[in-house]
Design a protein around this ligand. Structure first.
Ligand code: FAD
Length: 444
């Protein structure tokens, strides 16, 4: 890596990089991302439902108004929106940058099942990271869903936000005994969870599985309207949002961070926060973070469905798992059929087959006849071995933060994904929290 002083000298040259290849701008475009393709690789194969709805875009600037900010937030998905908004009101000059138009990354592809339940059950996570830490993760996750709900209500954002229950069905990964133990583990840490046996499941939901956990503290939304809504509020509070500008390199030195962009400019900030979803600059990449491909679909509106479904999110203890929910206009959204790797979702031959499998699985489980979906899409998403988000300062740095998440609401988790930045503040000089000892910067 080039010494910071050299980068600074180039910055002094009116912020223009005379020869961009000198600091790796061109190389960065070719290979600094974990994604195999060039800059701004194709995202979802086919358009997700949310982009066909109103209020899917926000007004952005083409170039930043200055070459010096207090905070630069890289990524304008739900993570970047919540991060920028949480920093408002402190007198900070905040710039949010996205290499695409805002909300055209994972947040637009999400089925937006906002659950406090994380993929690794509490009783299993406790075996890996200890009971105390696992309980804290689960409790914070539940608190974060509640906090997100309050935020959306307080900001008056119109995004189909709706509180829900979740049904977590038994499957190949967790049978009756394990589900009972899981329900008990959650109750012991103060998270309500009712175990339902086969008879109760059949009677109340018409689902024939050996057992399930019924829990509250979940929600659903239109993730694009939720994100653009938060950005509109943040913009009114002075946050600058620039679309079509890619960060190709980042260096920290002294009290500053320098960000290089694909427009050949450098921008300086006291802190830089990467909310770039599953896409990382090479220098911020964590080898334990892996990519998967996934598929989702949405039925036509006003589909015939059981009444209870409008109050629930449903998923199962299988790998890969099937999950589904309804929308406010009566569509049923279904997702799953995950595959390892980030290339599978781009294979056009797979989408038809995966869609058919999802439709059939839903019909087998619930009797819902989905017909030909209005929308089918596929995309990549990131996973970690323990299912926990990667949050904290980047290795060896104190002014560069990373929020690599897999669940959107963790951004509003108090003292969790939000660095304590004040005007002129020194960096916290510590990792923002670590749950898993196995991952360098990982936790909540
Ligand atoms: C099909 C599907 C279904 C899903 N369903 C759910 C669900 O039901 N519930 C759930 O919790 N999660 C779900 N997820 C995951 C969820 O979508 C993501 O965890 C979440 O949206 C991530 O938000 P983010 O803001 O971190 O990332 P993103 O929305 O991807 O935003 C990151 C942004 O950073 C930008 N960026 C990246 N690198 C750079 C750079 N170098 N310079 C400038 N900009 C950059 C990108 O262009 C992107 O816009 C799903 C994912 C998929 C694919």
């Amino acid at each position: 890596m080039e010494p910071f002083t050299v980068v600074m000298r180039k910055f002094a040259n009116n912020g223009v990089i005379a020869d961009p290849s000198e600091i790796g701008v061109r190389q960065a475009r070719r290979r600094r991302f974990t994604h195999p393709s060039a800059a701004a690789p194709p995202r979802a194969h086919a358009q997700p439902l949310w982009l066909a709805k109103p209020r899917a875009s926000i007004v952005t600037r083409k170039v930043p108004s200055s070459d010096r900010f207090d905070v630069i937030v890289v990524g304008a998905g739900i993570g970047g929106a919540l991060m920028a908004h949480s920093l408002c009101g402190k007198g900070l000059r905040i710039l949010t940058i996205d290499r695409r138009h805002p909300v055209r990354g994972s947040s637009a592809e999400s089925t937006a099942m906002i659950q406090h339940e994380i993929d690794v059950p509490l009783h299993r996570l406790a075996r890996t990271i200890g009971h105390e830490k696992a309980s804290r993760v689960w409790r914070r996750s539940a608190g974060a869903v509640e906090e997100l709900e309050s935020l959306i209500r307080d900001l008056g954002i119109n995004c189909e936000f709706q509180s829900r229950h979740t049904l977590f069905l038994s499957g190949q990964e967790l049978g009756t005994r394990a589900l009972k133990r899981e329900a008990q583990a959650r109750q012991e840490v103060g998270i309500l969870a009712d175990y339902l046996d086969r008879a109760a499941l059949l009677e109340r939901y018409g689902i024939n599985r050996s057992g399930a956990i019924n829990s509250a503290i979940s929600a659903s939304s239109n993730p694009v309207q939720m994100t653009t809504g938060i950005f509109r509020v943040a913009r009114r509070q002075g946050v600058e949002v620039v679309g079509g500008l890619e960060v190709t390199d980042v260096r920290e030195g002294g009290d500053n961070v320098i960000v290089a962009t694909d427009q050949g400019k450098m921008i300086e900030a006291a802190h830089v926060i990467f909310c770039s979803g599953y896409e990382f600059l090479e220098c911020l990449r964590n080898p334990r973070h892996k990519l998967m491909s996934t598929w989702a679909l949405a039925s036509k509106p006003r589909l015939k469905r059981p009444d209870w479904l409008d109050k629930y999110l449903v998923w199962e203890a299988s790998d890969p798992y099937l999950y589904f929910r309804s929308t406010s206009d009566g569509r049923v959204i279904v997702g799953g059929e995950d595959e390892k790797g980030e290339a599978a979702y781009l294979d056009p031959t797979k989408i038809e087959h995966k869609t058919a499998v999802l439709v059939e699985k839903l019909a087998d489980l619930t009797g819902i006849s989905l017909g030909k979906p209005d929308f089918s899409w596929s995309a990549a998403f990131g996973v970690t071995p323990d299912g926990l988000p990667m949050i904290g300062t980047a290795p060896g740095m104190s002014r560069i933060f990373v929020n690599g998440i897999w669940r959107e609401w963790h951004y509003v988790c108090k003292n969790c994904g939000r660095p304590d930045i004040r005007r002129g503040s020194r960096p916290p000089g510590r990792r923002l929290g670590s749950v898993s000892p196995s991952v360098a910067w990982n936790g909540c």
